[in-house]
Design a protein around this ligand. Sequence first.
Ligand code: ARG
Length: 279
Amino acid sequence: MKPRILMCAPTRFEIRYVINPWMLGHLDAGKRTVAIAQWNRLHAALVRHADVELIEPAPGWPDMVFTANAGLVLGNRVLLARFRHGERQGEEPHFAEWFTRHGFAVLRLPEDLAFEGAGDALLDRAAPLLWMGHGFRTDERATALVAAALDIEVVPLRLTDPRFYHLDTCLCPLAGGELLYHPGAFDAESLRRIEARVPAHARITVDEADARSFACNAVNLAGHVILNRASQRLVTALNARGYRVTQTPLGEFMKAGGSAKCLTLRLDGSLPVCAAAVA
Ligand code: ARG
């Protein structure tokens, strides 16, 4: 079965406020025609390996294009986002309506908690666990509630660098069980948690220059990794593990603090079937 992805065309995308450091200095500086061309190329790269569904962009919510933040999908359930900033809270009913119409059971966290969906909650691809970032957008307190709501083990990771304010800007679980991540984005305890879970040979560290190019913000569809840009060193490291890398420029979205992965939401999230469970 092909992976299923949700995207939102950037026909209403603009930079109208500043809620992360990337947006600073870019207020109203986006070029929408360029954004549309970049998004179309990303979309074209993704439809080769996935079924891509679209949600209509709603007027007044210019960041809706970043569908990763809509919620976290596991099976036929979606845990809907509760955005930290008022600038994005109005996206919630639009996404909720789309999920309901498409047959998902919509779950919600208590109102006083921020949770920014698959921007901060990434399912591991080899172990039955959920990596969750907190510190900037998602509340640390949300991690236990997400674990309970979805009955899944959560590994909380504290984000420390405001440029990498969502977990998907600095960490990406890959299909073969490897973890692509930028160590500079985490505190020491979180790095220890990663090292305790992922063997050294499966940890692919990303340096600051690659992280600033949003190399961790990658969409991984089986053996394909689609991202904005990666150094030759990183491409070689991924190739050595059997991944083919497609680079597709997304500079217009980086001005808003997002890139390839933020522009997508997996609609077929599931837990890996581990050997122990099968036996
Ligand atoms: N301007 C958006 C925000 O700050 C960008 C979201 C990027 N999304 C992501 N999953 N990292 O909320």
